[in-house]
Design a protein around this ligand. Structure first.
Ligand SMILES: *Cc1c(COP(=O)(O)O)cnc(C)c1O
Length: 373
């Protein structure tokens, strides 16, 4: 195959590829589960993983859940949020759905042009007497303006719950990203930087929330006979926790692999007219979760670039598109023009293939195809 040729590659380059530990390592981790037959309900593996994540993520408290979405819904419940919450529509369906499914009204704030996180200068004008919280999203691994959000939340007595699904392992000034705000939700879905196949966590500062989460994810029960809360079933199983214990041993080296690919992308695409990349943030330990590119004034528009990549067997993703406020399930509920930056970016963005063992040659092929070499 020649660079610049039109042929389809034999093996497609997918946009993401889940990390798996060596199979033998996982089997070894499963052995004690087979011996004990303790399969779920806060067993030793999930306890061990929670402890390891507490130090890995540099946070005070971690509770594990069946997936990130349920973790987010239960965090909303544990915080006792009511009325309106300020959030962004430039995110995965989960963030907005969790808010609406909890009986709350999302009030959409626009995002910044440079890193696509919430535009803090636009939050205060959206606060009303009904506002109970801010639910910002650290998109692509980019960290929100946590200090700015904290100042507004304190001033108005609001809770802050971060959707931290994209920022596993990210640190700001040496602090774990999950230590900001009242709580942060992490997703351990197969496609994320760290996975337990399906799984999620909430990190938080106030230890009083731990017992509440234990109950909420186990049908609201407290022991076998008392049921003080209307909970759900959101437990992480022991076999999923075992996968997490194995994957966590390899996460740092995998992030290094992602970094190599990202540096190559930046080298090839930075400064090209009409192609906009996120700048590396100062003082932030990055996780290189995604590589979003915005085509604005480029010789091809986003959809043309995607079609060209697909022709070659390269799969990128319009991530995030469409914005959540324009989903058909929310038809007529929101004014999508109220977040013009989010709307504009969503129509121009493409997340390029990125995973820990993506070959540099593959990165070059993606770039060659985009640049039309
Ligand atoms: C993946 C993701 C979620 C949901 O997590 P799951 O573990 O898949 O339920 C929520 N928000 C964002 C931004 C995500 O990327």
């Amino acid at each position: 195959m020649h660079a610049g040729g039109k042929q389809m590659r034999e093996e497609p380059i997918l946009v993401v590829r889940p990390s798996l530990p060596p199979l033998e390592e996982y089997i070894e981790e499963l052995r004690p589960i087979w011996d004990s037959r303790w399969l779920t309900n806060a067993g030793p593996k999930s306890k061990q993983l929670a402890e390891q994540l507490k130090s890995h993520l540099k946070v005070d408290n971690v509770e594990l859940f069946a997936n990130g979405h349920l973790a987010l819904e239960l965090a909303i419940s544990a915080l006792g949020l009511k009325g309106e919450v300020i959030t962004t529509p430039y995110t995965f369906a989960s963030t907005t759905h969790a808010i609406v499914r909890s009986g709350l009204t999302p009030v959409f704030c626009d995002i910044k042009e440079d890193d696509y996180t919430i535009d803090v200068s636009k939050i205060e004008s959206l606060i009303t007497a009904r506002t109970s919280a801010i639910i910002p999203v650290h998109v692509y691994g980019n960290v929100c303006d946590v200090a700015g959000i904290d100042a507004i939340a304190r001033k108005h007595g609001l809770k802050v719950l971060y959707d931290a699904a994209h920022v596993f392992g990210v640190e700001v000034g040496g602090k774990g990203v999950g230590s900001f705000g009242d709580m942060s939700m992490f997703s351990f879905h197969a496609t994320k930087v760290f996975n337990t196949v399906e799984g999620g966590a909430v990190t938080f500062g106030d230890p009083a929330y731990a017992a509440k989460f234990e109950s909420l994810r186990q049908f609201g029960m407290d022991g076998q006979e008392r049921v003080p809360l209307i909970g759900t079933n959101a437990k992480l199983t022991e076999v999923h926790a075992a996968m997490g214990i194995c994957n966590l041993r390899h996460t740092d080296e995998q992030i290094a692999g992602r970094r190599r690919a990202v540096l190559r992308y930046r080298e090839r695409l930075d400064g090209v007219r009409g192609i906009k990349l996120c700048k590396p943030a100062v003082g932030v330990k990055e996780n290189y979760a995604y590589f979003p590119v915005v085509f604005d004034g480029y010789k091809l528009d986003r959809d043309e670039v995607l079609a060209k990549l697909n022709e070659r067997g390269i799969y990128a993703r319009k991530y995030f598109y469409p914005i959540t406020s324009s989903f058909e399930c929310y038809h007529g509920m929101f004014e999508i023009q109220e977040t013009p930056v989010a709307l504009r970016v969503s129509k121009r963005v493409l997340a390029l293939p990125l995973y820990h063992d993506l070959a540099i040659e593959a990165v070059d092929e993606v770039c060659d195809t985009i640049l039309g070499a």
